[in-house]
Design a protein around this ligand. Structure first.
Ligand code: ADP
Length: 177
């Protein structure tokens, strides 16, 4: 499913963030130390190889809402942008911190002249952010950021589960574009 806003294609797919060969940058739902873990971080580090953890080491730790960029190494993507999402109920205000992740990732992508990027649903796994609340933060923010984008032409949301995918599609359809 895709929509277009300010010349930018926004799309939702169900799948694995580590298997998006046609985008230049993928976003990692990282931990503060930028180390391999479960979920998205596990999949990305496994696919990228041990060089990724090496490249991350000097950039850590990061704070909730922050983003850093590394090469993609053995991933099919040129870059990985690592974001630390808020832990729901702990890092506050969580909607601001979650929004900062997406805003900072888009800014870093633009600074590196990236044309296409794929995001997972940051914070909605181990960090406990309810997907229905996350989507209400993420989609309006990304839609409004399209007005400021110069190099990015495609933004993809990659949802792992069928239900998460359905929420994203439903929400995106409901936005007046
Ligand atoms: P966080 O710690 O930020 O909550 P997680 O990696 O635990 O990050 O989960 C974030 C979201 O990504 C969850 O909705 C989870 O279902 C989903 N997810 C887990 N593995 C993958 C994957 N390989 N590709 C895309 N999404 C994934």
């Amino acid at each position: 499913m895709e929509v277009r806003k300010n010349g930018v294609v926004i799309e939702c797919v169900q799948g694995d963030i580590a298997r998006q060969p046609d985008v230049e940058a993928v976003v990692n739902a990282a931990n503060a130390m930028l180390m391999p873990g479960g979920g998205v971080a596990g999949a990305i580090h496994r696919a990228a190889g041990p060089e990724l953890a090496e490249a991350c080491r000097p950039l850590a730790p990061i704070k909730p809402g922050e983003a850093v960029i590394t090469p993609g190494f053995r991933l099919p993507n040129k870059y990985v942008i690592h974001c630390l999402g808020p832990v729901y109920g702990v890092d506050k205000p969580e909607e601001v911190l979650l929004g900062n992740c997406y805003r900072n990732a888009l800014r870093l992508a633009e600074e590196h002249h990236v044309q296409s990027i794929a995001f997972p649903a940051i914070s909605t796994g181990i960090f406990g952010y309810p997907i229905k609340e996350a989507v209400q933060v993420v989609i309006p923010l990304v839609l409004s950021e399209t007005a400021n984008l110069k190099t990015l032409k495609r933004i993809r949301f990659v949802l792992f589960g069928a239900r998460d995918f359905a929420y994203y599609v439903e929400y995106l359809r409901g936005q007046s574009l």
